[in-house]
Design a protein around this ligand. Structure first.
Ligand SMILES: C[S@@+](CC[C@H](N)C(=O)[O-])C[C@H]1O[C@@H](n2cnc3c(N)ncnc32)[C@H](O)[C@@H]1O
Length: 263
């Protein structure tokens, strides 16, 4: 993947997420869920798909010890910018608790070791892209195997009774074209649309970001392909790698469907 494409994807995802999710409500509900499962300000939390810094920056602002991690250099760059811009606002905000790391999931266990984290967060429909994020023509044949290996590594890294929050696209979604609306990316005003086509037979999720430059009228498409991870596979996979007490939680403000699972 080119550096430019990786950065563009990071910017488009941030613009899209900001429009489609209610981040304040969502972080409130996520925090309540974590607290209900025993997470406190003393717990160690790893955001494995840190993206542009959501929700790790928001949770760090609330006093949680959270480490950001992501495989994409573009996302990491965005997250650092976002953390810096909030930090500059004043003494109310502290990011001492946020740390940055840059490790793909495939190398997690060797990097972080076992029994380290009290909670792992993997949200934004990230897990299905384990084999394909940012690739224009990914080979999805190994996706299921890689997703299982990733869950295995997540399980190993958790402390006893540690929890994983992981989400995926809505179970019932088939095909949809959603208008994200006007966004500003890299100083350009764009009209953005997201198109989804979930191929339930071949288990492929096709997601295309479409942008139209509001000044020049130029249209661009950013297609991506992920594994269509449905509940009939995710729940058994969580159990297979050793998770227990798997429960579905759809958080208010979120467009995805989450699950909480205990080691
Ligand atoms: C759609 S974004 C979600 C980001 C954020 N969690 C959110 O909720 O907005 C998916 C993220 O997963 C990360 N990701 C996907 N596969 C990965 C892998 N194998 N290793 C590390 N990060 C990965 C991508 O780099 C990307 O930042």
């Amino acid at each position: 993947m080119s550096k430019e494409f990786d950065m563009e994807l990071a910017e488009l995802w941030e613009a899209c997420s900001d429009k489609l999710r209610n981040k304040i409500v969502l972080v409130n509900r996520l925090e309540e869920l974590l607290v209900a499962h025993g997470i406190t300000e003393k717990s160690t939390i790893l955001d494995v798909a840190g993206g542009f810094g959501f929700p790790s920056i928001d949770l760090a602002r609330r006093g949680y010890q959270i480490v950001y991690s992501d495989g994409s250099p573009g996302m990491l760059q965005k997250a650092i910018q976002n953390a810096d811009s909030v930090q500059g606002i004043g003494p109310l905000f502290s990011f001492q608790s946020i740390g940055y790391s840059f490790v793909p999931w495939q190398k997690y266990a060797e990097f972080y070791g076992s029994d380290v984290w009290d909670a792992l967060i993997c949200m934004g429909n990230s897990l299905p892209y384990a084999a394909s994020w940012g690739q224009e023509n990914p080979d999805l044949k190994k996706s299921r195997e890689l997703i299982k290996e990733t869950l295995n590594q997540f399980h190993r890294m958790l402390t006893k009774n540690g929890i994983l929050y992981v989400d995926k696209q809505p179970e019932a979604q088939d095909q949809a074209v959603e208008e994200v609306g006007e966004v500003e990316v890299d100083g350009k005003k764009l009209f953005m649309t997201c198109s989804f086509d979930n191929d339930k037979v071949n288990r492929i999720r096709n997601l295309t970001f479409i942008t139209r430059d509001l000044k020049t009228g130029q249209e661009k498409q950013y297609p991506s392909h992920g594994y269509l991870l449905l509940e009939d596979e995710l729940i058994p996979l969580l159990h297979e790698v050793g998770f227990k007490d798997v429960q579905k939680h759809v958080l208010e403000g979120e467009i995805y469907e989450g699950f909480i699972a205990k080691k």
